[in-house]
Design a protein around this ligand. Sequence first.
Ligand SMILES: *Cc1c(COP(=O)(O)O)cnc(C)c1O
Length: 340
Amino acid sequence: MEINLISDTVTKPSPGMLDAMMSADVGDDVFKADPTVNRLEEKVANLFSREAALYFPSGTMTNQTAIKLHTNPGDQLICDKYAHVYNYEGGGVSFNSGVSCKLVDGHRGMMTSDQVVEAINPPDFYHSPLTSLVCIENTTNKGGGACWDFSELVRIKEVCQKHGLAYHLDGARIWNALVEKGETAKQYGELFDTISVCLSKGLGCPVGSVLVGDKEMIDKALRIRKILGGGMRQAGFMAAAGIYALDNHIDRLADDHKKAREIGTLLQSLPFIKKVEPLETNIIIFEINDDYFSAEDFIQKLHKKDIHIIGMGNNKLRVVTHMDYTDEMHETLLKTLKNL
Ligand SMILES: *Cc1c(COP(=O)(O)O)cnc(C)c1O
């Protein structure tokens, strides 16, 4: 039995999801004539109480489109040093938008409103790049699935308003935060100019992300998606998976979180684990005590038992729980770790 915990993107469509996909009513979405894509976009827009939404092939493309929407070449955006937009989008910020990043030294991928204020370049000092956008990530990926304190997000919004900055949320795993903190999508919709959400992470779709915002913004996003090559034809087959996931796969994230906590608690008790980072959702980041073995040895030991996890650099390892990680796999994993 293969146990794959490298990411929550390794899931395959469930039978119910496959049925929904196979029976989807489709059309050519480049002509905006795919009824299922239109239905998904409307559903996500409503969920966040916003005017409009647009379906994309990836979360990288939704983020990159948002950055393009909110900036001009030469501008600077503010984000945490762990941000996905900075670390894991291939340098797209500079490639696509001609923008640089002012990195904030936050905590587990999260910054304070004071840090954001400090990171803003004075707009009348024309020698430095013009600050035009603040990007937030919730939950944080490199930060180990950490969830923001909502009141801090409100304070940063106030900073953005005061300084005329756009406010974007990379909500690839916002669903995990909503479930864990008992928050609503509407709360987030009210706060941010644009929100990017992934359907292909914890929600278990094969592909797909959605960008949410007001109508004028999303009309512009349609042109940028075209330029980036993100227009798809009968995408309703995929969008149907998204609708199914929104209806069926959000609440169950609590189970991923519970399993993650159980793994974290066990790891904490093992002599060869030096440290487990605080754990809130479905991502567990931990360090190996190299008096016992190296991180690479640990990965190989598990690999031999058909258990797969990945390194994050600096002797840190990552485990991510997800929909296809069953109770049986969970028992096997816990037993294997205990006997390692
Ligand atoms: C996965 C992820 C994305 C988008 O990734 P794609 O693989 O392009 O869909 C964006 N932000 C965060 C925080 C992510 O984890």
